[in-house]
Design a protein around this ligand. Sequence first.
Ligand SMILES: C[S@@+](CC[C@H](N)C(=O)[O-])C[C@H]1O[C@@H](n2cnc3c(N)ncnc32)[C@H](O)[C@@H]1O
Length: 268
Amino acid sequence: MDKWLETNRANWNDRVGVHVTSRFYDVDGWLRDEPGPTPLEHSALGNVEGLSLVHLQCHFGMDTLRWARVGATVTGVDFSPAAIAEATALAKRAGLNVRSRFVCANVYDAPETLEGQKFDVVYVSLGSLCWLPNIEMWAEVVAKLLRPGGRLYLHDVHPLSNCLDDGGERFAFSYFEAAEPLTFDSDETYTDGGAVTNTTTYEWNHSLAELFGALRESGLVLDAFDELDWTVWPQFPWLVESSEGTWTIPTDRPGMPLAFTLVAHLSD
Ligand SMILES: C[S@@+](CC[C@H](N)C(=O)[O-])C[C@H]1O[C@@H](n2cnc3c(N)ncnc32)[C@H](O)[C@@H]1O
């Protein structure tokens, strides 16, 4: 597993430099507009003032810091030192450093790195689970990080849409978790703004049954689950931007889920 994760880390370190200056992430606009949680997130978790939240695979912290803006104390975890350095700098620029900290760790090491700290919320945002070789080990991590009754909020790419090739025309990859990763080689990332040098990545798909089973085995109880026919980037060339930053399926194509959201809590 180490070799795969090291290779992915090199790719993500490269992507950070591209992403922070991209129009896609629009850091200046984010600093100016000061967004909080999205309406979906707000309706799922409600008022988080005073709660502790850990964001797994936090990238350079934009999603994490939105929760600090509405009163949560946030911890972001990512295995990319470049991401953690940028997240720490962004927190300072946004004036949110008092209520936030960013820690460099492999997600599987997070409970040890955070020295057994328990959180009210584990938060995971779009584009995360496909980087993890083993969903059962991930669910164990989530359970270890939550206090009893604490909640997981997960918004990620739907595993069915992960099965399609880049053109979105062919069923190309297994729906189920496989021991061997899918190997990709590309100097592109999902934003505008340039190429990466470390081009190899290893990825894994996890079926919904594998995800639900892993959560159940780790003591998490499912509270809400939704499948979304929209996403936030042109995952396939035929998606249409129905409103700014929202990409949907055109009416002449069959409907399919592009993303999902899930809320679960750790049983007492
Ligand atoms: C697509 S990004 C998440 C993006 C986030 N939703 C956002 O828009 O800011 C995936 C993140 O997972 C991190 N990552 C991948 N594998 C990881 C691992 N094993 N442990 C910790 N972080 C990991 C990468 O460094 C990257 O920052």
